[in-house]
Ligand binder design. Structure first.
Ligand SMILES: Nc1ncnc2c1ncn2[C@@H]1O[C@H](COP(=O)(O)OP(=O)(O)O)[C@@H](O)[C@H]1O
Ligand SMILES: [Mg+2]
Length: 251
C-alpha cells in the first residue's frame, strides 16, 4: 500500500530539514501507529503525505501502490484514495458541512469514473454515517468546523472519512481534545472502516487511543526518523517507560 524510502524533507520557506531519512512500510489492511515526542515530525509527515506545498522532499520517495506520489498534487492524491484527518481541522465559513460533503463525495466519485449521487441517495448515506457517529444532523447544517467543539471536529472528520471511502487514512492526533465517550465513538468509526484493502496511519501521543484502535504495528518517530518499530507491546512499553530508553538505544 505505502512505502516510504529514505525520505528527507524540509520546510520550503527556510530550508530547515524536518524529515531526515525516514523509512516506513504499511501493508494493505494494516493499521500502523506512529508515536513520538512533540516536535519529532509526525504532523510534518502527514502534511507531506497529502502533498502540502510548504514542504519540499529533497531525497527519497513515497510509493503508493507501487507508484511514486511525489509528482501528484493534493487533489490527485485525494482522488487516488488518500485521506488525511488533520490535527487542527480547518474551518470553512460560509460552506455548510452538508454542502462540503456533497462536493467532496462527488469529486471522489468523478475521479473513480462514477456518476454523481442523487440528492436522496446523498442524504441517505450521510444520515446513516452520521447516526453511526452519533452526529446530530443539525450540526451538519452549520458551516464546516466553524464553532465546532474539539470533539465535534473530530467526529466530522471521521464522517468525511467514512463517506469518502479512502484507501489510506492518515489520522493525526485524532484523540486530542476528545473525552472518553467521543474517543470511543471515533475509534468505533475507524474500526468499522478497517478492511483488508484499506490501511491506516494513526498518529498519537498516547497509548490510550490504541486501546480502542488496536494497531498491527507501532513506530517511534524521533528527529524525523523511525527509530524503532514493533507491535502493540511497544506502545505499552512507551506508555510505562516514556521515550528516553528508545531514544538512548537508537543513539
Ligand atoms: N512550517 C513550519 N515552520 C517552522 N517550523 C516548522 C514548520 N513545520 C514544522 N516545523 C518544526 O518541525 C518540527 C516537527 O514538527 P511537527 O511535525 O509538528 O512535530 P510533531 O507533530 O511530531 O509534534 C518542530 O520542531 C516544528 O517546530
Ligand atoms: Mg503534531
Amino acid at each position: 500500500m505505502l512505502e516510504i524510502r529514505n525520505l528527507h524533507a524540509r520546510i520550503a520557506e527556510d530550508g530547515t530539514e524536518i524529515i531526515r531519512g525516514l523509512n516506513l512500510t504499511v501493508k494493505n489492511g494494516e493499521v500502523a501507529a506512529i508515536m513520538g515526542p512533540n516536535g519529532s515530525g509526525k504532523s510534518t509527515l502527514s502534511y507531506i503525505l497529502t502533498g502540502r506545498s510548504d514542504y519540499e522532499v529533497t531525497e527519497g520517495d513515497i510509493l503508493y501502490d507501487g507508484q511514486s506520489i511525489l509528482g501528484m498534487d493534493t487533489a490527485e492524491r485525494a482522488a487516488a484514495g488518500l485521506f488525511l484527518a488533520f490535527q487542527y481541522p480547518v474551518e470553512i465559513p460560509g460552506v455548510a458541512t452538508m454542502q462540503f460533503l456533497k462536493v467532496a463525495m462527488n469529486e471522489q466519485r468523478k475521479a473513480r469514473g462514477e456518476d454523481e449521487l442523487t440528492t436522496p441517495d446523498f442524504i441517505r448515506r450521510v444520515k446513516a454515517a452520521a447516526a453511526n457517529l452519533q452526529i446530530d444532523m443539525a450540526m451538519l447544517k452549520r458551516p464546516l468546523n466553524v464553532g465546532f467543539s474539539g470533539g465535534e471536529k473530530k467526529r466530522a472528520e471521521i464522517l468525511q472519512m467514512s463517506l469518502l471511502e479512502p484507501k489510506l487514512c492518515v489520522l493525526d492526533e485524532t484523540d486530542s481534545g476528545l473525552d472518553i465517550d467521543a474517543l470511543k465513538i471515533v475509534a468505533d468509526g475507524v474500526n468499522a472502516l478497517r478492511s483488508p484493502d484499506r490501511s491506516f496511519i494513526v498518529i498519537t501521543h498516547y497509548q490510550r487511543l490504541l486501546e480502542y484502535i488496536v494497531p498491527d504495528s507501532v513506530h517511534v518517530l524521533y528527529k524525523g526518523q523511525v527509530i524503532k518499530s514493533g507491535d502493540r507491546q511497544l506502545a505499552l512499553e512507551l506508555e510505562s517507560d516514556g521515550y528516553a530508553n528508545v531514544i538512548k538505544d537508537a543513539a
